[in-house]
Ligand binder design. Structure first.
Ligand code: GUN
Ligand code: FE
Length: 417
């Protein structure tokens, strides 16, 4: 039993952000039991951790991040996707064949993710099984919630970062088999994107997905170049998303499609049919992709949307920074495309970063009853004598806060250092 006092803020839905000021949050067995403004009689003698004016919020979910690109943050940001991959990212990722290179980077990545308040993440590693196994093992040991993928790529890639179909399937199967007993950090099938994956490979991955009951993460209709290239490699397919549907990769577990910036009608129909999740990555979109996801229109169409940092295409490890950027980008899109787009609110974006993203991992990302208490305490955002509401504290944190403003972190109801 754990009782916290402070201001409590969380999302119930895309349009509903609820605040309980000066209230008590009661945690039992690591889960939210209830929130009350007066401490019930039965708890009168229990110890209460008082966070004063601090705002208790759910920990964040990053639905698209490359742990293997952690070391690239903020570099090569003047390039566009294809050049950035070929000149910058592929040579760097090739180094994960060496465990002495991989280990400290993956350790630092996990530490920094926790520091930034992200406890749930869908993570790309590299094609290298040994390093990927190290990463998922460390996530599991720390109790972090994740889907971690060994990347697959067998065509149109440099020889130093290219597998044969047989190699790729064999290593992936070994990886899936090794992770079968994981509880919080689980494997996910991770074809990099259609331009670097042959039909034979994707079909083989589909069979593995069925056999091991694992889902799919990939880059989906990410840029105009990628969407065109996908259909050049896959003639006879209607759209990018159909590649994975036809392979049977969308029926075995969570489906997470990063970016989804240039979807055709068919992409939208297919992702909805399978309850898949799309990931808006505002920083990466402006850095290397140059397209803006149509968040308001996709939401209207009933598509699930979440947020991602896409480090190293994105430069910040904080999902909270992407909340502010998602609002900013929605206004730009609205300005240029007023007929189809409309601006989103802080309430909408906070939901994407918490409850929407968290839903991929189970009952995390909200404080409704029985949600796992993975939480952060935000404080120190007020200046001079101007009081802020709990929602204003968190909104400001998303624009100008730092990790110093995260005063406490709880994972599974336990305070972590
Ligand atoms: N598309 C294919 N690979 C990548 C990658 O590593 N990052 C991003 N942002 N897009 C990709
Ligand atoms: Fe990415």
């Amino acid at each position: 039993m754990n009782i916290l006092h402070g201001n409590i803020l969380f999302s119930k839905s895309y349009d509903e952000l609820v605040a309980y000021e000066d209230s008590y949050l009661i945690v039992e067995n690591g889960k939210v039991r209830e929130i009350c403004s007066v401490l019930p009689e039965q708890y009168k003698n229990a110890e209460v951790t008082d966070y004063g004016k601090g705002v208790i919020i759910p920990a964040f979910s990053d639905l698209h991040v490359h742990a293997s690109q952690y070391i690239e943050r903020g570099l090569g940001m003047d390039m566009l996707l294809s050049d950035w991959l070929n000149q910058y990212t592929f040579p760097q990722e090739a180094r994960f064949a060496d465990m002495n290179y991989a280990r400290p980077i993956y350790d630092a990545f996990i530490d920094d993710m926790i520091k930034h308040g992200t406890f749930h993440a869908c993570i790309f590693a590299t094609i290298h099984r040994e390093a990927t196994s190290y990463l998922i093992r460390r996530m599991e040991e720390r109790g972090l919630y994740g889907y971690v993928g060994k990347v697959n790529m067998d065509i149109a890639s440099p020889s130093y970062l290219c597998e044969t179909v047989e190699e790729s399937l064999r290593e992936t199967e070994q990886y899936l088999a090794d992770c079968q007993n994981h509880k919080t950090a689980k494997p996910i099938i991770t074809p990099r994107f259609a331009p670097t994956c042959s039909e034979d490979l994707v079909k083989g991955l589909g069979a593995l997905g069925k056999k091991y009951h694992v889902g799919l993460q990939t880059h989906l209709v990410e840029s105009r170049w990628e969407a065109q290239e996908a259909l050049r490699v896959y003639p006879g397919y209607k759209c990018d998303t159909e590649i994975y549907e036809r392979a049977g990769l969308m029926e075995n577990g969570p489906v997470v499609g990063a970016h989804f910036i240039f979807p055709a009608k068919d992409d939208i129909e297919i992702i909805k049919r399978h309850g898949g999740h799309t990931v808006h990555c505002p920083d990466a979109t402006t850095n290397i992709i140059a397209g803006i996801m149509g968040v308001s229109a996709l939401h209207r169409d009933g598509v699930n949307i979440t947020l991602g940092t896409d480090v190293g295409g994105g430069h910040s490890m904080g999902i909270y920074t992407q909340i502010g950027r998602a609002v900013q980008l929605s206004k730009l899109k609205w300005f240029y495309e007023p007929e189809t787009a409309s601006p989103i609110t802080f309430t909408n974006a906070f939901y994407l970063a918490t409850k929407a993203g968290g839903s991929v991992f189970g009952k995390v990302g909200s404080f409704e009853k029985d949600y796992v208490f993975n939480a952060l305490v935000i404080d120190g955002m007020e200046d001079l004598d101007f009081p802020l509401t709990p929602a204003q504290v968190v909104e400001r944190f998303c624009y100008i806060g730092t990790t110093e403003n995260i005063k406490a972190r709880y994972l599974g109801g336990k305070l972590i250092g």
